[in-house]
Design a protein around this ligand. Structure first.
Ligand SMILES: [Zn+2]
Ligand SMILES: [Zn+2]
Length: 278
């Protein structure tokens, strides 16, 4: 890593001296890939983002799970299996994840339309967010609507991949435009859940390392993102949830192995080997 980039990354991670040795090891920037120069079409070439350091994150008084409010709810809008996504999310956030019964869209009075250009059926996100907010269980850290139907945020828009109301701790994400073979679809779904739920924790886009919380402007850029957190954002999530970082990597490794994400499984394994004995 270049000298200046390393200094910026170290400042973003913050002072780790008081942390246990295993966390110090897990946050060592030398083990992570720095953010490459963006191509002209990429997120960082088109969005002025200054980055959110760990200290700035803590100062922002972000949403944080409490003993009474630490379950992530997934609400399928329609009938499909969210079992594997639940397993991934549990390992990623180290919090209980509950999949709710599929929602009957007509009973829930969700406005829909056929897209004026493509004719594709689409659901109105504001109706879904309002529904999720009304239904938010008392022990919910957040509730995320998941659908395979396309979404639109407003009649003047063509479509949207997803939308969140962070203060209300609800969001809705469509996988309709991700379908491309089941493993790739699942891989993209896992990244969307990891990325979007990180925002609910108050974690902003990452500019320091290659990281699942990097912004993305197009599908190729989203696909190039890794599935894991960089040291800056790993520190934020660990501060929020309080998990054992090695235990988390073990669970993620197992889930990634089962899903056929061999690169990510290997990455977890390497981190375990590097830090477990610290
Ligand atoms: Zn984002
Ligand atoms: Zn990051």
């Amino acid at each position: 890593m270049k000298h200046l980039a390393l200094a910026v990354a170290l400042a973003a991670i913050g002072d780790t001296h008081a942390l246990p040795p295993v966390m110090q090891c897990a946050l060592n920037p030398a083990a992570f890939e720095p953010m490459p120069q963006p191509a002209p079409n990429d997120w960082l070439a088109n969005h002025q983002e200054s980055g959110q350091t760990f200290d700035a994150f803590v100062r922002s008084q972000p949403n944080r799970p409490t003993p009474q409010r630490r379950t992530i709810y997934l609400q399928p809008l329609g009938k499909f299996d969210l079992g594997p996504l639940k397993e991934f999310s549990e390992a990623f956030f180290m919090m209980p994840v509950v999949v709710r019964a599929p929602l009957d869209l007509t009973k829930a009075q969700i406005t829909s339309r056929n897209n004026p250009y493509s004719g594709q059926r689409q659901l109105l996100t504001s109706d879904i967010l309002a529904f999720l907010h009304r239904e938010l269980p008392p022990d919910a850290f957040c509730m995320l609507g998941i659908t395979t139907i396309d979404l639109y945020p407003d009649p003047s828009w063509n479509f949207v991949f997803g939308q969140a109301a962070l203060r209300d701790r609800v969001g809705v994400y469509s996988f309709a435009r991700y379908a491309d073979g089941s493993n790739l679809l699942f891989r993209r779904s896992c990244k969307v859940i990891a990325h979007e739920t990180s925002h609910v924790f108050g974690i902003e886009h990452c500019i320091y390392f290659r990281c699942v919380v990097n912004g993305s402007n197009h599908l190729a850029e989203a696909d190039a993102r890794p599935m894991h957190l960089c040291p800056v954002d790993l520190r934020k999530l660990q501060w929020s949830v309080g998990f054992d970082v090695i235990e988390r990597y073990r669970r993620l490794r197992d889930v990634c192995q089962r899903a056929g994400f061999t690169d990510e499984a290997r990455w977890c394994e390497r981190e375990i080997a590097r830090c477990a004995k610290s």
